[in-house]
Design a protein around this ligand. Structure first.
Ligand SMILES: [Fe+2]
Length: 302
């Protein structure tokens, strides 16, 4: 009996290869792949100010049904330099090839009322189905070694689900940098809100600081930027276009450079249409054992 993850992936592959459109499908895939590469090429030529550089965005129509998961993450490999320069990129929507809602419902049941839940069974199955560990992580590991001199293990990953219910007054405006080199946001349940009410939207600023060269610099930067961890200052940065707002309406995963991107979430207000569920995948913490991030994660797991 194959493990769930293997059976799920073989199912995806089988569906792709048994399609009776044969050569047409192959040409279609090739066309989409080349389109994605061209988009990356052109967007790389549009560099502006460091804070207003366009993010790398792959075509929304370039869904996983038309590309294998391998190619999905390989697009990052093709645009390594562009990503490192801009600090963030978005991937195509997952919902057309995976039953994201079914995964979300199961994960909701596993989280059962907590705000954070590390690697629940369905969460782990979804990561396997997306080939996050097999395909994405090795690409990121190569980038970490090349760009940051990272010496640590490929297995240094931290996967956590974040569930914020309407009216949760603590999970809002906590602007911070991550300790890990890369953070991937996988949006599963995204509420809406009307009349100017907040629904947990992400506010982020890539390249808000340089990559810290020591734990002291890392910690000092975290403390310094804490001044933006409140609604008033975050809103002011948004008005000045120094924060970008992402509502994840299309449920497209987003990758960013964790240690240099300042980010926070707006509140999930009582007026929001429901809870907000995202999966956060963190890759490679170069901090020593006494680092702030490792200490906080240890406390969170207790
Ligand atoms: Fe974070």
């Amino acid at each position: 009996m194959l493990p769930d993850s293997t059976r799920m992936m073989s199912g995806l592959c089988r569906d792709a290869h048994q399609d009776d459109k044969g050569c047409f499908l192959l040409l279609w895939k090739t066309r989409n792949y080349l389109t994605a590469l061209l988009q990356i090429k052109f967007s790389r030529g549009l560099l502006g100010d460091a804070n207003t550089r366009p993010m790398l965005i792959l075509s929304a129509t370039d869904t996983l049904q038309e590309r294998t998961m391998e190619h999905y993450w390989q697009a990052l490999e093709q645009s390594r330099e562009g990503f490192m320069e801009r600090g963030a990129m978005m991937f195509p929507a997952l919902s057309e090839s995976l039953d994201v809602d079914a995964y979300a419902r199961e994960i909701m049941q596993e989280v059962v009322g907590r705000t954070f839940c590390a690697s629940s069974p369905t969460h782990a199955r979804l990561l396997d189905a997306l080939e996050v560990r097999n395909e994405l992580a090795p690409v990121l590991h190569g980038m970490a070694r090349e760009h940051f001199g990272y010496q640590g293990s490929l297995e240094d990953q931290y996967h956590i689900a974040r569930l914020v219910t309407p009216g949760n007054s603590t999970e809002q405006y906590r602007a911070h940098f991550d300790s890990h080199l890369f953070t991937l946001v996988i949006p599963l349940i995204i509420p809406t809100a009307t009349d100017g009410n907040e629904a947990g939207e992400l506010l982020y600023r890539p390249n808000a600081r340089r990559h810290p060269r020591s734990e002291l610099e890392n910690t000092a930067g975290k403390v310094w930027f804490k001044r933006y961890a409140n609604r008033e200052r975050a809103t002011r940065l948004l008005e000045k276009k120094q924060f970008t707002l992402e509502n994840f309406a299309e449920r497209r995963p987003m990758l960013f450079s964790g240690r240099t991107t300042l980010y926070t979430n707006r509140a999930v207000s009582l007026a929001a249409s429901g809870p907000r569920l995202t999966l956060l995948a963190h890759f490679f913490d170069p901090s020593p054992r006494y680092g702030v991030g490792k200490l906080l994660r240890t406390l969170r797991r207790r």
